[in-house]
Write a protein that binds this ligand. Structure first.
Ligand SMILES: CC(C)(COP(=O)(O)OP(=O)(O)OC[C@H]1O[C@@H](n2cnc3c(N)ncnc32)[C@H](O)[C@@H]1OP(=O)(O)O)[C@@H](O)C(=O)NCCC(=O)NCCS
Length: 334
């Protein structure tokens, strides 16, 4: 029997309609368009304004988009992994709600949280299940309503993050396509530099924590930047070396959209031409768990069967890693 790999066989995405531009942020905090673009590459981001909707709404729309494009019957889905740092509720699984809402009534489901590396880690988990032969159809959703945890008076964070969602379907492939290799890492040293202080077991919510703005994302941007640049570039270079890939062999880099300068540094270390680097940070900012599937969906038409794709991510914790995957299909529609 030939080896089973886990291939991505369909993708979908959703971003909310409301746009928050750099110009609009200029009215809210002491900043300007030129500074934001030159330091981050971001022009605008999307925000889910409806206060009655949580992250599941974004994820459900992305799943529905994937189902509609691929024609898959949701009842065939075995497992739904919902990668997010902004679950609808702290306890009830956002994945379970999403699976039910999209009609994946035969699936089991759970949330996965590894900050901005959540989707990358979810890919690894899905692939391990598929390779083992245990499950045949796994939907990995990456979605975040970052606007629910951002302090729009803090210019160090509010310029960066946006809301969005994407989804990818993983299925067995016996032609050698799909996930080939991975390097995943974490280091708890990062907890001091990118975090939300309150609302967890260490510092439960109280009137005091609300008064002190401790339910918002805090980051030491300079430190996070340094770790992100060196770690994301290191693992991306390592995975190429491990698999005897040169810059010419790699067709696409799918990098977490944290900051254009972090992505550029990673691509440079990999000796990749800029036209092989997928980017949409200018339109969405950093959507945390959604960046990778949003890129796959935006650039789906350009990805060709057999293409060598390197994924790279870095996030709070710290968490980071790189995945090497051979793309498994050509898009025929549109
Ligand atoms: C946040 C980030 C864009 C800041 O860029 P930077 O080049 O490091 O900028 P610095 O923090 O050194 O600040 C430089 C100056 O700009 C100022 N500044 C910070 N935010 C600003 C803003 N939004 N508008 C204008 N000026 C700003 C600072 O106060 C500082 O002024 P000073 O020199 O007078 O003190 C950058 O550090 C970054 O992207 N970090 C990684 C964040 C990230 O990716 N997080 C998610 C990881 S998954």
């Amino acid at each position: 029997m030939s080896k089973i790999n886990a291939a991505i066989t369909a993708v979908g995405a959703y971003v909310p309609e409301d746009i928050l531009t750099n110009k609009m942020l200029e009215e809210m905090v002491e900043t300007n368009d030129e500074w934001i673009v030159s330091r981050t590459g971001i022009k605008e981001r999307r925000v889910l304004k409806d206060p009655s909707k949580g992250t599941s709404y974004l994820g459900i729309q992305a799943c529905k988009n994937l189902i509609q494009k691929s024609g898959i019957d949701p009842k065939e889905i075995d497992l739904l992994i919902f990668a997010t740092v902004t679950p609808d509720l702290p306890v009830a699984s956002t994945a379970a709600y999403t699976a039910t809402e999209i009609g994946a009534t035969n699936a089991f489901s759970y949330d996965l949280q590894a900050a901005c590396s959540s989707f990358l880690y979810g890919m690894s988990t899905a692939a391990a299940y598929i390779e083992s032969g245990k499950y045949k159809k796994i939907l990995v959703v990456g979605a975040d309503k970052m606007s629910s945890i951002i302090d729009y008076t803090d210019r160090a964070t509010c310029i960066i993050f946006g809301d969005g969602a994407g989804a990818a379907l993983f299925e067995p492939n016996e032609e050698g396509l799909g996930l080939q290799d991975e390097i995943l890492r974490s280091d708890g040293i990062g907890r001091a530099f990118l975090k939300i202080d309150a609302g967890g077991s260490l510092l439960p919510a109280s009137a005091e924590t609300v008064k002190n703005n401790q339910h918002y994302v805090y980051q030491d941007g300079k430190t996070v930047f340094k770790f992100a640049v060196s770690n994301m570039a290191d693992v991306s270079e390592q995975i190429m070396r491990k698999n005897n890939l040169t810059g010419d062999d790699v067709n696409w880099l799918v990098p977490h959209q944290a900051n254009k300068r972090i992505v550029d540094a990673t691509a440079k270390r990999m000796k990749l031409d800029a036209d092989k680097v997928l980017m949409n940070i200018q339109r969405y900012g950093n959507t945390t768990s959604a960046t990778l599937p949003l890129l796959l969906n935006d650039f789906e038409q350009q990805l060709k069967k057999g293409d060598n794709v390197i994924f790279a991510a870095f996030g709070g914790g710290f968490t980071w890693g790189s995945i090497y995957l051979k793309w498994a299909y050509n898009t025929l529609h549109n």
